[in-house]
Ligand binder design. Structure first.
Ligand SMILES: [Zn+2]
Length: 718
């Protein structure tokens, strides 16, 4: 059909296609709101290429088909910036911000406090020159005075207009320069790493370095594949310096020309607003699709900017509010192992402490040996550490350029660091395990897990206490948690004996008696149990009693069976109802449950058959721990009772006793009246006690109440 068109018509169609494609590029890459689908866009491009091939006399450099140059450079030539690209001073606190402003006001007393705030993109600063509305040259910032000519690479950045057209009657300067920051979006970064993973190439760890490397690649085709983006943040030099009177108007004009500008730019008029903006943006930085490392604060009025001028290489009219770095580089001192509740040996990194993400980081998990090998981490390496928000710190990878010959490849130890039993590995899994079911490190973690909220919810064991009780031999199996009351007697007897020994020692004046010294040592050891006092046993008893009534799935969670989470524990408990049934179940039957896969089924089937676990389950049953999915209902012995409480109770906290009363069908009342049936009285408690006597209400003490509750429970658990 071309034959029927004359040259003018063809040129017209080519021009229309270019304007149309530029419009859709702008909708897609700058405004993020495309008006047409990919295939329609491809059709436009295809038609344009077709015409340009057939009529090469109309092919121009600014055509959208010419974004990607075929030429591979051998090096970049140097470009002298007509006006230097400045760097910014930094502030980290509201005080430092105020100091910056005070200096500016001192320099220029007429300063109007009106500021433009914008996110500080963590990318690469570039200078872009336009002539007669066409992009003609792009350069890196370099040292600020001169940079590298990367025009061909910058042309591949799709959000960057190759042509800008004056809108309406406005004209644009014959020559002008804009400045911006080139970056890779988090989305494109992830896509890039996905492609690299498929090709078994090492993954990129840092967005900024990746953007920089992509932009400075000698082959523009490589740059094009990285899908880089750009934000324009400033009009540099122009042939007409009096276009606008404020920075804001300049940016709005640039946006109207089709340049990508940051939508989060804000105009504010005092330092409190600046601080608010900075803090809010720091809190939201993870939700942005690009990395930022702070906020750029600029005086809005351009005449004021000129009056303030430059000191050294920094403008007085702008500064950067810097965020706490989310990534930092530090030395990997060593790789160690921690023992988990299933016996998994998890490697973790010991780091030279580094301040990142607002905290000092000295350890980071390394998950498993495969992970270490995938990252190619070696002890002694400089590594990139990331900590964003409240997320646990992670190591992204080594800085290979700084690797020294002394760096050492990590090898999995042959024995458990805790109990020195052999280390094993199942072929299908990445994890290594301690082979010893009695490993103390492992048991301590099991105790922590057993008492945790989602499992048996028993208060009183922290990480440290669980570990000490295991290492002192007080807990040799999970069932021993229920026997802590017995240890209490031991401890008390022991203390009594020690007191007697002390008396004897005093009597005979043999203060250095070996036995005394020995016992003092043991007492010291026991005293190291943090917070294990009379009160600890009381709290523990409440939790232990309650835990014995919980449904089976809570116990299954507590047992710490590998791969068994809350959802799967419920499915199992609903299917088998009792632990006895579960112990008799065959593998196929477990696998038959909807929602249970082979891994979980195998894990449960093997766990209940393990002799060590069978002993544990028998012990728990003998301790009256509920092993049925039906939760043991509390009695109704207090049904109809209205119970008031007074004085100081030693066995329960108020909420606990109130809970217990309600679970027994009783009602808690706040004052004693004719309708009150029982007053539970602790130490003290004058008025209610007098009221009770007056109203002829039965007054009982704690041990009477405890007896009632316990007798009820004993009946129920048999
Ligand atoms: Zn071990």
């Amino acid at each position: 059909m071309h034959e029927t068109l004359n040259e003018t018509e063809i040129e017209q169609e080519i021009n229309n296609l270019r304007i149309s494609i530029q419009h859709h590029d702008h909708r897609y890459y700058v405004l993020n709101s495309p008006e047409i689908g990919d295939s329609q866009y491809d059709n436009l491009m295809h038609r344009l290429r077709e015409l340009e091939e057939e009529f090469p006399q109309f092919l121009t450099q600014d055509s959208p088909t010419q974004r990607i140059s075929e030429n591979v450079a051998t090096s970049f030539s140097t470009v002298l910036h007509p006006e230097p690209l400045l760097s910014l001073s930094n502030v980290f606190t509201p005080d430092e911000l105020q100091l910056w402003l005070d200096k500016a006001v001192k320099q220029y007393p007429e300063l109007e406090t009106n500021f433009i705030l914008e996110p500080k993109i963590d990318g690469l600063a570039v200078s872009l020159v336009y002539e007669k509305g066409k992009f003609v040259r792009g350069a890196t910032r370099g040292n600020g005075q001169e940079g590298e000519d990367i025009t061909d690479n910058l042309r591949t950045v799709r959000g960057l207009p190759l042509t800008v057209n004056p809108i309406g009657t406005k004209t644009i300067p014959e020559r002008f320069e804009v400045r911006g920051e080139v970056y890779i979006s988090k989305f494109e970064f992830d896509e890039l790493n996905k492609r690299r993973a498929e090709q078994n190439s090492p993954l990129y760890v840092n967005l900024r370095n990746t953007a920089a490397g992509s932009l400075r690649n000698l082959d523009p085709k490589v740059t094009a594949r990285r899908n880089l983006s750009v934000f324009i943040y400033q009009l540099g030099w122009t042939e007409n310096n009096d276009l606008f009177d404020s920075h804001q108007k300049t940016i709005e004009w640039l946006a109207s020309l089709g340049f990508p500008t940051n939508p989060l730019m804000k105009n504010v008029s005092d330092t409190n607003q600046i601080v608010d903006y900075c803090k809010n943006l720091e809190a939201e930085r993870d939700s942005l699709n690009y990395d930022i490392d702070g906020v750029v604060i600029k005086i809005n009025n351009l005449a004021s900017q000129n009056s303030l001028g430059i000191v050294g290489r920094e403008p007085r009219w702008a500064t950067a509010w810097k965020f706490a770095a989310e990534q930092a580089t530090t030395k990997l001192r060593d790789i160690k192992l921690s023992v988990g509740r299933t016996g998994v040996l998890t490697p973790y990194a010991e780091l030279v402490p580094v301040f990142v993400g607002g905290a000092n980081i000295s350890v980071a998990t390394l998950h498993n040996l495969d992970h270490i090998q995938d990252l190619d981490l070696r002890v002694g390496d400089q590594v990139v550490v990331q900590r964003a928000g409240e997320v646990i710190p992670q190591i992204l990878g080594p800085v290979l350029s700084q690797r020294t010959e002394t760096s050492a490849i990590f090898e999995m130890p042959l024995v458990c660091p805790d109990c020195h039993s052999s280390v094993t590995k199942k072929d299908a899994e990445a994890a290594h395990y301690c082979s010893n079911v009695n490993c103390q490190g492992r048991l301590a973690r099991q105790v922590e897990h057993y008492v945790s909220r989602q499992a048996l919810n028993i208060e009183g064991f922290g990480e440290e206490r669980a570990s000490l009780l295991v290492r002192n031999g007080c807990i040799k199996s999970l069932a021993d948690i229920y026997l802590m009351q017995d240890k209490k007697t031991q401890i008390l007897n022991f203390k009594n004996r020690l007191d007697r020994l002390r008396q004897v020692a005093r009597k005979y004046g043999k203060k250095n008696d070996d036995r005394v010294v020995q016992h003092l040592k043991r007492i010291d050891q026991l005293d190291k149990f943090p917070g294990i006092r009379e009160k600890w046993f009381q709290t523990l008893n409440v939790g232990l009693t309650e835990s014995k009534t919980l449904p089976l799935h809570r116990l299954l969670i507590g047992l710490g069976i590998r791969h068994l989470g809350e959802t799967t524990a419920k499915l199992i408990a609903e299917r088998y109802r009792t632990l006895t049934n579960l112990r008799l179940a065959n593998y196929e039957d477990i696998l038959d449950i909807t929602g249970i896969g082979e891994i979980v089924a195998t894990s449960i089937y093997e766990w209940v058959r393990e002799p060590y676990n069978q002993i544990l389950m028998d012990k728990l049953v003998s301790l009256n721990v509920n092993v049925e999915e039906n939760q043991i209902a509390f009695g109704d012995a207090l049904q109809g009772h209205k119970i008031a409480i007074t004085g100081t109770l030693t066995r329960w906290k108020r909420p606990e006793i109130q809970n217990l009363i309600r679970q027994q069908g009783g009602e808690v009342v706040t004052s004693v009246s004719k309708n009150t049936t029982i007053l539970l009285a602790g130490e003290g408690g004058g008025k209610k006690r007098q009221d009770a006597i007056k109203q002829n209400v039965r007054v009982i003490d704690e041990s009477t109440f405890d007896g009632m509750i316990n007798s009820i429970r004993m009946e129920e658990s048999t």
